[in-house]
Design a protein around this ligand. Sequence first.
Ligand code: BTN
Length: 254
Amino acid sequence: MSRIARGGRYSLDAFRHQALGEVGSTNTECLARARQGDPGNLWVTATRQTAGRGRRGRSWASEPGNLYASLLLIDPAPPERLGSLPLAVALAVHGALRSVLPPGAEALEIKWPNDVLIGRKKSCGILLEGEGLAQGRRALVAGIGINIRFRPEDGPYGVTSLQEQGSDISAEELFSHLYREMAEVLVLWDEGRAVAAITERWRSVACGIGEPIRVNLPDRSIDGRFAGIDDRGLLLLDTQHGTMPIAAGDVFFL
Ligand code: BTN
C-alpha cells in the first residue's frame, strides 16, 4: 500500500496550496495565517518575494523564476521529537530535485544539516521557523527556496541553478514534485518517531562523510573530520580531543 494513501494526516489530499504573486515572504504569510487560526498543512508559494528571509538573519534574494514555497504545520510533533525535521525537509527537497535533474547533472547531495547541493554548489535554501500560538498550539514553517533560473549569491558557498544544470523546469512543475515528496517524507518521519529511518536515508545522500571540514559555531570554528551524523541527527566531528556531537553550525569542506 502507498505510504501516502488517502485519509492520513499527511496524505496527498490532506494539504492545501495557495499560490500568490508578489509577497514579502512566504514564511511570513504562513505565520500570519497560523495566527489567524489556520489548521496547518498549508503550502504558500509566491512568484517573487520582496523580503525573503535566509538563515542567521540574512536576506534571501527572490527574483521571479525561482521557487519560493513554505509549508505551515501545526503541532507536527512534540518539541522533543522535532530535531530530525530539518533533515526530513532536506530529504523532500532532495527527492524533488532528483526527479527533475537531467541524467548528466552533477552529484546531488545534502550538506549537513539541510543544504541541498548539486556538484557541491548550493541549489536551495531551507529556513525552518516556529512560533507559539494561542491555546498552547505551535506553528512550524518550512520555507524552501530553490534556484531554477536565478542564482542568488550566498556568501562563501558556490551557488548553482537548475537551469545551469540543464533543466528548464517551471516553478509550478517543480512545486508539484516537492508537494509529493514532502508528503511522502512526512509520513516516513511519523511525527518525529522515525528518526532512525530519516537519519539512515539522510546518510545515503550525505555530502563529504569522512572528509576534513570546518564547523563555524556562533563563538568559534572547529576543524576536524566529518564522521557522519548520530541517531538524533547531530553532526559528529572527529577532533584530536575525541568525537564531538554538534547540534548547530555552518559546515565548510576544507
Ligand atoms: C538559507 O539561508 O539558506 C535559507 C533560505 C530560505 C529561503 C526560503 S524562500 C521561501 C521561504 N520564505 C522566506 O522568506 N525564506 C524561505
